[in-house]
Design a protein around this ligand. Structure first.
Ligand SMILES: NC(=O)c1ccc[n+]([C@@H]2O[C@H](COP(=O)([O-])OP(=O)(O)OC[C@H]3O[C@@H](n4cnc5c(N)ncnc54)[C@H](OP(=O)(O)O)[C@@H]3O)[C@@H](O)[C@H]2O)c1
Length: 333
């Protein structure tokens, strides 16, 4: 194993702005804390939250590295004094609070997982952010049960591809919305029973037809705004609306009577700010329920395109074009 250098390359946000704001810089290599491992990063996942951070709207929380990057895969190259779960050289992937666009990351072992099965480090870098998010929101907060139905908006997104596959694997019927017919076909190939092009079809009417008027049990929403009222319209009796993003705005209309009459539940969450205890608990759930499905091929990472770290700006431009299907990855080493 190579010795650890004092300095490393990172992609940092020079000044908040467009994709060109991402520039390569040299920063000191972090030292792992007592409960942390140091990962030599091979690949880092790109997430929509990184785009918000680059624009200056979603800074890293206090104590986390200031550059973007919520997930990585690579090898353990140093261990904190309390760490016994991993050893030097282990191939791992990890959920971060920031700093993934770097050659090295120090991360709490509560957020570090082994690579499932024979997946590559590129594939593994696409997993932590989406599966921590999807498991906690669908299964914990949404209480999605076998035999129930789910509508997930944005089916071809990183979150969407994981939600479709996981919900189907757990025995649910999955409907989704997408912005093109091509994305609709893609989502149906990976497990959605029906993908609705929200630009040409009304998802409320479509879901009503597809469920014979009953509605779906859970909606996983990343749009907010005008979708809030419409999401409540498509929920079945005792349905649950789980909100994880506000791409269409933070304010929406709620029909209180509908919530009362149908006994609906409305909830939501953000992952990044959750404490280590929550992430440790979610990690155990993923190891128990999701990693085996990734290892045996039931769940498939879907990588749209890989960019070198030095082209992080091109990776962001691709995400903002919305042409991608699945995850965009930065190759770091
Ligand atoms: N709360 C949390 O803890 C948490 C954690 C992770 C991610 N997220 C959020 O989850 C979302 C997905 O993240 P990602 O990294 O997977 O991003 P991504 O791949 O860029 O996905 C964004 C998706 O939103 C879809 N979309 C936009 N407007 C839509 C509309 N009106 N109706 C239906 N779909 C619409 C886009 O579909 P088209 O291009 O087809 O329009 C695209 O598939 C982001 O908003 C992100 O911030 C939240």
């Amino acid at each position: 194993m190579n010795s650890i250098p004092a300095r490393m390359r990172v992609a940092e946000v020079r000044q908040p702005g467009g994709p060109e704001a991402l520039q390569i810089a040299e920063w000191p290599v972090p030292a792992p804390g007592n409960d942390e491992v140091l990962i030599q990063v091979a690949a880092a996942g790109v997430n929509r939250a990184d785009v918000l951070q680059r624009r200056g709207h979603y800074p890293s929380p206090p104590g986390a590295p200031a550059n973007p990057g919520l997930e990585v895969a690579g090898h353990v190259v140093a261990l904190g004094s309390n760490v016994s779960e991993f050893k030097m050289g282990d191939a791992v992937c990890a959920l971060l609070q920031g700093g993934g666009y770097s050659e090295y990351c120090a991360v709490d072992v509560a957020q570090v997982l082994p690579i499932p099965g024979k997946l590559s480090l590129i594939e593994a870098a696409s997993l932590p952010e989406t599966y921590f998010t999807v498991w906690s929101n669908l299964v914990e907060f949404g209480a999605l049960q076998r035999g129930e139905s789910l509508l997930v908006h944005g089916g071809s997104s990183g979150i969407g591809i994981s939600a479709i596959q996981l919900a189907k694997a757990l025995g649910s019927t999955v409907f989704t919305t997408v912005g093109t017919d091509d994305k609709a076909r893609f989502c149906e190939q990976i497990g959605a029973q029906r993908a609705i092009n929200y630009k040409t079809q009304d998802f409320v009417a479509e879901i009503s037809t597809l469920t014979q008027g009953a509605g779906v049990n859970v909606v996983l929403d990343m749009v907010g705004g005008s979708y809030v009222a419409r999401n409540l319209q498509v929920l079945a009796v005792e349905g649950r609306l789980v909100m994880i993003a506000t791409q269409g705005g933070t304010k929406g209309e709620i029909d209180v009577l509908r919530i009362m009459q149908r006994r609906l539940k409305v909830t939501g969450s953000t992952l990044r700010t959750r404490d280590a205890a929550f992430k440790r608990r979610m990690k155990q759930k993923l190891l128990e329920h999701v990693w085996p499905l990734l290892a045996n091929g039931t769940l498939r990472p879907i990588v749209d395109e890989v960019f070198p770290l030095a082209q992080a700006s091109a990776a962001h431009a691709r995400m903002e074009s919305s042409a991608h299907k699945g995850k965009i990855i930065l190759q770091v080493a």
